[in-house]
Design a protein around this ligand. Structure first.
Ligand code: AMP
Length: 605
């Protein structure tokens, strides 16, 4: 396989109008980076790409269309050898996953001709599927891995300039999902699994001086509970060396440290005796852990003392990992509700929010790591795909016909758009379903803030409440629990159309027993906190029924997580679905079967 740094830069610096003086120094610098990470070379590459974003986008589109011109899908749209954006957007339609599903299925079934891409697709990615309730198949190839590494390197270069780390290890809560073979013999797994398994990932992590402290057998264990336990154990064994604590999404960090609260004394006992807990039954993990675990009573004593000395686990991370420079994960969008808890564990350790991407490919890097997670934006890398932006219309239907999408460099400041992706792995004008806001520009490429999933919406009639509205409402109501020293561990919602009028249902899992009076107050507060005019007016005239708060048995969200992992999703990629539709029957059933108390609002009389 080609060295990744060469191939990424190749695309940019080999175009005819690039002055040759630009090629030499960057290529030689980049070659060196394979061994040692050179932040300045990466930043220099990023600067030149973003200064020339329009041309880079044209080149990227041309390259994608040229390389895949023989594919059945592209031939169908008669581009007649034209690669310009106007021809492309007038010939090729905007699509959603549903439109491409038959093509992806043909690939998964082993089609022997080019379906979506010129070169055969050999791997299928399973998106986390938290939105629709079941994982989606998405084509994956080596070029997507390369773009992932480019994003990792770019944000790391900026991060490292601001917050340098020395040689050390990362406690990375990463988990491979189950992989399986499709009917046509293609390997299928989550995007994170496909990336973690790639040789490029290891090389890049090595160059960035942050290899995971856990052996591969722990990352790719068939049982994520065992995998998580061993990640924690490895973290403690190498506690002095840990420079960074990370996961893909912040949810796994919170989940991991909540687990730590429950298993810390067992971890100490393993360290004291050098004998791995009997609950770890996977032979490959036991063999791998035997190489890192040795009796160390002093370390066990120290950890025990520190755990006993903590109040409500505040500052757990700096106590356990004294050299940890920062905590790194995606903390935006549906991850924001976990920030509060994460800050408790983090004590004073800085939280840095990671990049923006999806199973369908990466979009932008966080190049301003000094900003707090709530202010994170993502600078689009113009060579990792061809991007279009669909202006938002009043209609919230994903398949509504609205204005035409515009190009990457044509977006307007402060406007919101849905992202449309054309990627290097066979997706053409693919509506990602994410809403972003342009909050500025880096050279000529936009900086985007994640707003919400477009179709994640609580709506009954004229009301429209997004994931963000739900989050704000939950945050406000959850403050009422603080007096009882309780917190909302996780939450989701549902529109109950079986009642007349229909109404919103909010599900909460709470950390302990709250009194009926407080929960009743929380329920009223939730109802009041949806301030959308359509909702308020509908509630006043009873066109929307009283909001219902249903309190769940402890462990319900764990059951939901287990359900998704059972479907092939990985803990690394898990996002709690914030709105569960009627078609997501299994999750709805888990929720409804675990309700212990329910309250009905009387906010509007
Ligand atoms: P997946 O289906 O597992 O590939 O998840 C991809 C989705 O996760 C994206 O389409 C976004 O909705 C969400 N996502 C990814 N990165 C971020 C981010 N940095 N901030 C907010 N949401 C994100």
């Amino acid at each position: 396989m080609k060295p990744i740094y060469m191939s990424c830069s190749h695309r940019i610096f080999h175009c005819s109008c690039t002055p040759s003086f630009l090629l030499k120094p960057i290529h030689s610098k980049i070659k060196k980076m394979e061994h040692k990470f050179d932040s300045e070379a990466v930043i220099q590459e990023f600067e030149s790409l973003t200064k020339d974003a329009k041309r880079v986008q044209l080149e990227t589109l041309k390259k994608i269309l040229k390389e895949n011109g023989e594919a059945e899908y592209l031939k169908k749209w008669n581009l007649n050898g034209k690669f310009d954006p106007q021809t492309y957007s007038s010939c090729v339609p905007l699509v959603t996953h549903k439109d491409l599903e038959p093509y992806i299925q043909k690939i998964a079934d082993g089609a022997s001709y080019p379906v979506l891409t010129g070169k055969p697709i050999t791997t299928i990615t399973l998106s986390s599927g938290t939105t629709q309730g079941k994982p989606k198949f998405v084509p994956f190839n080596d070029e997507l891995t390369e773009t992932t590494m480019q994003i990792y390197r770019t944000s790391f270069a900026f991060r490292n300039r601001e917050f340098p780390i020395g040689n050390g290890k990362a406690l990375s809560f990463i988990f491979g999902s189950k992989q399986f073979t499709t009917k046509g013999g293609l390997l299928a797994g989550t995007a994170t699994t496909n990336v973690y398994r790639s040789a490029q990932f290891k090389k890049t992590m090595q160059a960035m001086q942050t290899p995971s402290c856990s052996p591969d057998e722990v990352i790719f264990a068939p049982d994520f509970h065992q995998s998580l336990y061993c990640h924690l154990l490895c973290g403690l064994i190498f506690r002095e060396e840990i420079q960074v604590i990370s996961s893909t999404f912040a949810h796994s960090l919170v989940h991991s440290f909540r687990t730590f609260e429950l298993v810390w004394s067992e971890l100490c006992s393993d360290i004291r005796t050098g004998v791995l807990s009997a609950k770890i039954t996977v032979p490959s993990i036991r063999t791998a852990m035997a190489k890192v675990l040795a009796p160390n009573p002093d370390l066990a004593d120290e950890i025990q003392k520190k755990c006993l000395g903590l109040t409500d686990w505040t500052g757990l991370i700096p106590e356990m990992f004294p050299n940890c420079k920062y905590i790194y994960a995606i903390m935006t969008g549906s991850m924001e509700p976990y920030l509060k808890k994460l800050r408790v564990y983090a004590g004073g350790v800085r939280l840095l929010s990671a990049d923006y991407g999806s199973s369908e490919g990466w979009i932008g890097a966080n190049v301003n790591p000094d900003l707090p997670p709530e202010m994170t934006s993502f600078t689009v890398l113009p060579n990792i795909g061809y991007f279009e932006f669909l202006p938002l219309t009043e209609s919230n239907e994903v398949d509504s016909v609205g204005p035409e999408p515009i190009g990457l460099t044509d977006v307007q400041l402060d406007e919101e758009y849905e992202v449309v992706v054309t990627n290097v792995a066979g997706l053409y004008r693919y509506r990602l379903g994410d809403v972003v806001k342009v909050i500025g520009f880096h050279n000529s490429t936009p900086k985007l803030q994640f707003v919400c999933r477009r179709n994640l919406m609580l709506t009954i009639n004229i009301d429209k409440n997004t994931e963000k509205d739900l989050q704000l409402s939950v945050e406000t109501a959850a403050k009422l629990l603080a007096d009882e020293k309780l917190e909302v561990l996780d939450f989701t919602s549902h529109v109950d159309l079986t009642t007349d009028p229909a109404h919103y249902v909010i599900f909460w899992e709470v950390s302990g027993e709250a009194s009926d009076a407080v929960l009743k107050e929380c329920c009223n507060c939730l109802d009041k906190s949806f301030v959308d005019a359509g909702y308020v007016s509908s509630r006043k005239v009873n066109a929307i029924g009283r909001l219902e708060l249903r309190v769940l048995r402890k462990g319900t969200f764990q059951k939901i997580l287990d359900h998704y992992v059972g479907l092939g999703s990985a803990l690394s990629q898990f996002k709690t679905p914030r709105c569960v539709g009627p078609s997501n029957r299994k999750v709805l059933q888990i929720l409804c079967n675990n309700v212990v108390k329910s309250y009905v609002s009387n906010t509007f009389g």
